[in-house]
Design a protein. Structure first.
Length: 365
């Protein structure tokens, strides 16, 4: 079985949880049945242990030059440490800053201008990377486009894990289609987070014949991502992705609002990567009588996203094996908040199953 060679742009909390998770599940083989914490043990014959990291990029001077096994635990990363990571031999390389850091992040992420920037596409080619994951801070539009272009130059598939429009942009869709490369995004869903839960509740109302008159979602967190999103300019794309993901399920006019708040260690003093979610829905059932739902969710933010990313990586490798090009809609619909073609969750699951059951070429060989 071939390894899935992965590069990452942005070695923050999401990267930390993903890298730890690959090591944590390394001993799980194809014959294992239900494995707690994993959505799919095997996808196209690929296990989680088949994922291998070959290159990584960041701008934080305290991460650049470090082995990946050490860099993922460097401040300001605060994701839980749940697995010991052996020395990888992969050093964090200096990428361009561009608009990757705003005034808020510059206060906590130091940059050494004397650390030389690498040619990202050259590194991707030298490392034989199959896929590049974008884990940059939300709001990094120019930096995201830069890495999307570097992946194109190096003939890599591109996973856009943040809300900046790449997969949902016709320009980038066309570029990847013409280059015969797969592209997925935008803004990865959590394994079981605010948006998947909220969408499920909306679906529950719809299947029950109830009308939603008003709904709001409040997200409160303490990690670097939430600190970045405390900037009003940076939070716009995130809120837009969330609202769109919810509104697309409701075929009539209603009021959907999303709020994202940074509160220093507000969720749990022992885990600043924790997130609290509050979801409220006002509705009407039989006879236009009121029905009100309030739900609260507590979750560690970064592992929650990594649980979905291990599936996205493997389905992207399947797309590469098949020679599929452009946006892979079944992957986007299932795993991303802002896919180019919105659909309900049941349809997304069915479309992904249909895609994976297509045995073109040597699937997963």
């Amino acid at each position: 079985m071939k390894k899935i060679k992965v590069a990452i742009a942005g070695i923050g909390n999401c990267a930390s949880s993903l890298i730890q998770g690959i090591e944590y599940y390394r001993e799980v083989d194809k014959k294992s049945g239900f494995v707690p914490g994993i959505l799919n043990n095997v996808l196209g014959n690929y296990c989680i242990r088949d994922i291998e990291f070959v290159a990584c990029f960041d701008v934080d001077k305290n991460k650049v030059g470090k082995d990946l096994s050490k860099a993922i635990f460097s401040t300001p990363n605060c994701a839980s440490i749940f697995c010991e990571i052996p020395y990888s031999g992969i050093k964090v390389l200096r990428g361009p800053v561009l608009d990757g850091l705003n005034g808020y992040l510059k206060q906590i992420i130091p940059v050494d201008r004397h650390q030389p920037e690498v040619n990202v596409s050259d590194i991707l080619i030298e490392s034989s990377a199959d896929i590049l994951i974008n884990y940059l801070p939300t709001g990094s539009k120019k930096a995201t486009e830069y890495y999307a272009q570097q992946a194109l130059n190096a003939q890599c598939g591109f996973i856009n894990g943040i809300p900046e429009p790449i997969a949902s942009s016709k320009i980038w869709r066309d570029k990847y289609y013409q280059a015969d490369l797969p592209l997925v995004g935008d803004d990865i869903k959590s394994q079981l987070g605010a948006t998947p839960l909220h969408r499920s509740l909306i679906d529950l109302f719809s299947r029950g014949g109830c009308k939603i008159t008003n709904s709001r979602q409040e997200n409160i967190g303490s990690n670097t991502d939430f600190y970045n999103l405390s900037n009003p300019e940076r939070v716009k794309s995130k809120i837009n992705c969330k609202v769109t993901a919810l509104q697309n399920l409701i075929p009539y006019a209603t009021n959907i609002s999303v709020d994202i708040k940074y509160e220093d260690k507000s969720c749990n003093d022992n885990c600043s990567d924790a997130k609290k979610v509050r979801i409220h829905i006002d509705g009407e059932n039989f006879g236009s009588r009121p029905i009100i739902l309030d739900v609260e969710l507590y979750v560690e933010d970064s592992p929650n996203g990594a649980g979905a990313m291990v599936d996205v990586i493997r389905t992207m490798k399947i797309a590469l094996d098949r020679g599929d090009s452009g946006v892979i809609d079944p992957i986007c619909g299932k795993y991303f908040k802002h896919p180019p073609v919105p659909c309900d969750d049941l349809t997304a699951i069915q479309e992904l199953k249909k895609y994976l059951s297509d045995r073109r070429d040597t699937l997963g060989a």
